[in-house]
Design a binder for this molecule. Structure first.
Ligand code: NAP
Ligand code: MG
Length: 405
């Protein structure tokens, strides 16, 4: 069979540790044998980020802007331990944070559901998609350890006119203080991206914040979100998509009793935390995909989990691993499907579908990595290693594609 041609380039971002190992295997066994594809490769592995003073991350984000679609492997966000472990010049910023700020995007996380895994929350029958506002708040905050007694205040110096000073706290001793921000433009594009996503998936849209306590910051989110909803109300009505604003704690309580099939729009920090809760509620972090959508229509796909550090250390000791590659594979299929949609190449979309079917079919016939062992019913006799599971998917894909031609 001849290879399927992918018309325009796809931006590929390599990453770290166990996911880097899985990434290479996915490319070698599931992608390159079938596709004639121009991959624009950026090595976002922490060693190369360090060597380029993190310029490679900015270049990768610019390339996504140029070509419209990217696929990214999980990467280390270095802390002081990592600086020592990898002998880095400094604790570079989170690559995801850098890419999100450049694309001003919203991250949507969607669980991958299979018939033989029942979610931990018995009411959940359909995916709960988390829309995370991926700009600003604590991720772009400045914070400060107050060494001792003294006053802290926020100062706004307008382009013209007198500065405005808002007292924060009069410290009697040491403490901490933080200044964070967001912009009207980013909040609006967050709301717009959520509305677009809810309309395209025809699912209800929830937004939760804490405007009763944060009467200006959170209230601004609530008001701007409502204004964007109003602007699209006719489209929402036509599609039968309902919008609900809830207090964040009410949203958390309601979601535990809900059947799913909703998009839950979250502020940046809530989205960070809630997406992990929803992921583990649906099964495993290894079964959660993530896509960053920018207001001007650029897409970046990745797995929602990290580099699976503990498994990597086992791998380095020469021990077998059983790491779930499903979310990383779905990052590729998501990106390829989007590339196919944008380029008008249905054979590329069909390839993405076939690869996803190969993965889902493998799990539903009892081939699983260790993280799924206690979740799958009936419980399989044993789990597969990372490599064996990928080989199962590869052979199933081969069968799928031969059936298709
Ligand atoms: P992690 O990679 O998300 O893994 C945490 C634990 O979750 C694993 O030890 C494993 O549990 C389980 N797990 C996650 N993904 C799995 C998979 N695919 N298959 C099987 N089990 C899976 O988080 P971490 O190990 O704490 O973080 C490692 C690095 O990832 C950090 O440096 C962090 O900065 C980075 N990170 C990157 C991203 C990103 O690039 N998007 C996101 C989050 C974190 P068991 O150990 O119990 O098997
Ligand atoms: Mg998180």
């Amino acid at each position: 069979m001849s290879k399927i041609r992918v018309k325009k380039p796809l931006v590929e971002m390599d990453g770290d540790e166990m996911t880097r190992i899985i990434w290479a295997k996915i490319k070698e066994t599931l992608i390159l044998p079938y596709l004639d594809i121009d991959l624009r490769y950026f090595d976002l592995g922490v060693v190369h980020r360090d060597a380029t003073d993190d310029k490679v991350t900015v270049e990768a984000a610019e390339a996504i802007k140029e070509f419209g679609v990217g696929v990214k492997c999980a990467t280390i966000t270095p802390d002081q331990d990592r600086v020592q472990e990898y002998k880095l010049k400094k604790a570079w910023a989170s690559p995801n944070g850098t890419i999100r700020s450049i694309l001003d995007g919203t991250v949507f996380r969607k669980p991958i559901m299979v018939k033989n895994i029942t979610p931990a929350v018995s009411s959940w029958k359909l995916p709960i998609v988390i829309g995370r506002h991926a700009y600003g708040d604590i991720y772009k905050a400045v914070d400060f350890v107050v060494p001792g007694a003294g006053k802290t205040e926020l100062v706004y110096t307008p382009a013209e006119g007198e500065p405005v000073r808002v007292p924060i706290h009069n410290f009697q001793g040491g403490g901490v203080v933080m200044g964070m921000y967001n912009t009207d433009a980013s909040i609006r594009s967050f709301a717009k991206a959520c509305i677009t996503f809810a309309l395209s998936e025809k699912i209800d849209l929830w937004f939760g914040a804490k405007d009763t306590i944060s009467k200006r910051y959170h209230a601004r989110f609530k008001d701007l979100f409502a204004a964007e909803i109003e602007a699209r109300q006719a489209d929402l009505d036509k599609a039968g998509v309902n919008y609900r604003y809830l207090l964040i704690d009410d949203a958390v309580a309601q979601v535990m009793k809900h059947p799913g099939g909703i998009l839950w729009a979250c502020m940046n920090y809530d989205g960070d935390v809630m997406s992990d809760m929803v992921a583990s509620g649906f099964g495993s972090l290894g079964m959660m995909t993530s896509v960053l959508v920018s207001p001007d229509g650029n897409f970046e796909y990745e797995a929602a989990h990290g580099t699976v550090r503990r498994h990597y250390y086992e791998h380095l000791k020469g021990n077998p691993t059983s790491t779930n590659p499903v979310a990383s594979i779905f990052a590729w299929t998501g990106a390829l499907r989007k590339r196919g949609e944008l380029d008008g190449t249905p054979d590329v979309v069909a390839f993405a579908d076939a690869l996803e079917q190969a993965v889902i079919g493998s799990i539903e016939s009892g081939h699983v990595t260790k993280d799924l062992m206690s979740l799958v019913t009936p419980r399989p006799a044993s789990h597969e290693t990372t490599e064996a599971f990928l080989a199962t998917v590869a052979s199933s894909l081969k069968t799928h594609l031969h059936c298709a031609v």
